[in-house]
Design a protein around this ligand. Structure first.
Ligand code: GDP
Ligand code: MG
Length: 360
């Protein structure tokens, strides 16, 4: 999964990036072009335990890729986001919008007062306007094409629906599109089409305070679709903790009353928001986690590993991770009848350990 970290200057984007990736200031080059990028392993405990069971030559965890964008500026009158930014977002699966909640310090807020609700509104408006400007340009073109008798009716009505949504300040990710429509919209790379997570970047003393509770409710009231997308984080302290050894980090987090690191919490949130799950393949050569959309049919899941697996799919031998741990191995599971044979259409579940049978 590719996650783009965006927001106003000095909101703590780079600090959060470091907290999520364990990067440090040396990793950021001054005067860089384009975003800083870092890939981190998803340290899924289930993979670790499967690896202990199989002692494979290779253990492969899933990966998350984070992109830290330098201050995003709007491109003057056009209302569109900066062209370089728009160009680099093509493959991003979701955005994390960092909003500054920590109080004034040496670094003043670029808009003066710290006002998180205003920042959310402003940024959302910017995203919406950027998409709207692209939609309007395209509509203009399509209307001309229509006059010339070109077959553009479908795209026209699709984009009019987008326009309507954006004009009523609703993100495009709130609309239902058919797979065909989705395909058609893909090339536009609309900003508001992607899932949005809002990271409220607080000072550690603000964690769990009524003030933050109130702010979250206000944001949810203004933007109902952000319910379950708010992520409160004390980025600075988490960044410092991310530099420590695992043991020290755990002790520090506990002291602060933080149940789980921002690194892990955000991964869970991204999987949930994007509807992704993990299944596992095991063996002496490799134990590996695969990230797929939830409920993906078994044959398609096989195709994620190799197109031959999908083409020649015969069946999937499936056992839930916990069941495998309980019986102690695939042969034992087979003996006890716990290994299920599933067909092409079986919707893969999170935590399934799968052996695919296929012929080519
Ligand atoms: N007190 C406090 N300061 C923070 C926090 N997050 C970032 N900062 C500070 O705010 C400044 C800007 O942070 P940075 O991550 O570079 O912001 P960016 O411009 O959005 O990438 C830095 O001096 C950070 O140390 C936070 O959670 N608490
Ligand atoms: Mg930065």
């Amino acid at each position: 999964m590719r996650i783009g970290i965006i927001g106003l200057p000095l909101s703590g984007k780079t600090t959060l990036f470091d907290a999520l990736t364990g990067a440090s200031s040396e990793d950021h080059k001054a005067g860089r072009q384009g975003p800083d990028i870092k890939v981190v392993k998803v340290m899924d405990e289930r993979v670790t335990r499967l690896s202990e069971m199989y002692q494979p030559k290779k253990t492969t965890y899933a990966e998350m890729e984070y992109l830290d964008f330098a201050g995003i500026v709007k491109d003057g009158e056009k209302g569109e986001m900066d062209g370089a930014f728009l160009k680099s977002i093509g493959k991003i699966d979701a955005f994390v919008h960092v909003v500054r909640v920590f109080p004034d310090s040496v670094f003043p807020h670029p808009l003066g007062k710290v006002d998180p609700l205003r920042d959310v509104e402003r940024f959302h408006t910017d995203l919406i306007l950027s998409d709207l400007s692209i939609v309007e340009k395209r509509l203009e073109r399509l209307r001309k094409d229509l006059k010339r008798g070109l077959p553009v009716k479908e795209e026209l009505s699709l984009l009019e629906r987008c326009q309507e949504s954006l004009e009523s300040e609703t993100f495009l990710n709130q609309l239902d599109f058919t797979p065909m429509e989705r395909q058609r919209l893909k090339g536009f790379d609309f900003l508001t089409m992607r899932p949005m997570i809002v990271a409220l970047n607080v000072h550690e003393d603000q964690l769990g305070s009524p003030e933050i509770g109130k702010l979250s409710s206000e944001i949810e009231a203004a933007y109902p679709f952000l319910r379950e997308s708010l992520f409160t984080v004390a980025a600075k302290i988490e960044m410092e903790i991310a530099q420590l050894s695992a043991d020290d980090a755990a002790a520090f987090l506990e002291d602060l009353g933080i149940a789980e690191s921002a690194m892990n919490r955000l991964i869970h949130l991204c999987y949930r928001k994007l509807g992704r799950i993990s299944f596992f393949t095991v063996g002496k050569d490799e134990v590996k986690a695969w990230t797929i959309p939830e409920e993906l049919p078994a044959a398609k899941a096989a195709g994620v590993i190799h197109s031959d697996f999908e083409r020649g799919f015969i069946k999937a031998e499936v056992i839930a991770f916990e069941d495998l741990m309980n019986v102690g191995g695939i042969p034992e599971a087979r003996q006890k009848g716990l290994l299920r044979l599933e067909g092409k259409e079986y919707p893969v579940k999170d935590g399934d350990v799968i052996t695919f049978r296929f012929n080519v």
